[in-house]
Design a protein around this ligand. Structure first.
Ligand SMILES: *Cc1c(COP(=O)(O)O)cnc(C)c1O
Length: 240
């Protein structure tokens, strides 16, 4: 194993990646006729250490995303002093919902009513309000590979459950583009689902879509939150 890079060197690397990413986001917004102010960058720091979170926040990042409960909890505990909004973006087991509700500002991956109930209980116990997004499964080839999400036609049902749950605020919708599919077609479908949810719940304006490989397509389809990992932090070791 090689020694970790000195902090100064890692800071320079993250600063350069962030500058390039901001440029890409600005260009994508310009191409879509949108203002960059409409798009929030969520830096997904999974597999990277809390020291990277610290550097990113120092460089001006305000929103940090994690996809595994245990890793997220440890990192949150390592950064109690940082002014960060924590986003939970991964699949969430019901028995981990209470823990996530203690620190997450936004849970992007809500796809069943039992999970709504569990996050609501956790939020109430912690005296917090948690914004929840309905994760939509855009893969039309069932069964999709366990990345979570409800079929588009059930999104409003989950949205209704979130909107009526104590301690929760319905933020909007989220999706991951299916593998080997045209991301623009997938995100166009997500935009339709988002519209249906907004018709029932006008305040639910969040559209969380777009990762390192497809942020342009997501912004063209109206993304308000992009979730960026590798383009910012570098490539991750393969997930086991
Ligand atoms: C890891 C992850 C991302 C970021 O992916 P990159 O391709 O590294 O930008 C976004 N969303 C979710 C749900 C993730 O798990």
């Amino acid at each position: 194993m090689s020694a970790p890079a000195p902090v100064g060197q890692r800071r320079d690397e993250l600063a350069a990646n962030l500058a390039a990413l901001r440029l890409r986001l600005r260009q994508a917004c310009a191409d879509a006729g949108r203002s960059p102010d409409e798009v929030t960058l969520v830096a997904v720091t999974k597999t990277f250490p809390a020291s990277d979170v610290r550097l990113l926040v120092d460089l001006g990042v305000t929103d940090i995303g994690e996809n595994r409960e245990q890793e997220a909890r440890v990192k949150v505990e390592e950064c109690p002093d940082l002014p960060v909004r924590w986003h939970f973006v991964g699949q969430l087991q019901t028995n981990k919902a209470r823990s996530v509700a203690r620190y997450a500002a936004v849970v992007h991956s809500v796809d069943r009513t039992r999970l709504v109930t569990a996050i609501s209980a956790g939020a109430r116990a912690a005296g917090r309000t948690v914004t929840c997004l309905v994760q939509v499964d855009l893969d039309e080839r069932p069964p999709s590979e366990g990345r979570g999400g409800v079929p588009p036609e059930r999104a409003v049902e989950i949205a209704d459950a979130i909107a009526t749950a104590d301690g929760l605020v319905l933020g909007g919708v989220m999706a991951v583009a299916p593998l080997d599919a045209d991301p623009r077609a997938a995100f166009a479908l997500l935009a339709e689902v988002a519209l249906a949810v907004r018709e029932a719940h006008p305040g639910a304006v969040v559209l969380s879509a777009g990762m390192s490989a497809d942020l342009e397509e997501a912004i063209a389809c109206g993304a308000t939150h992009v979730r960026i990992g590798s383009a910012l932090l570098g490539s991750r070791p393969p997930l086991r």
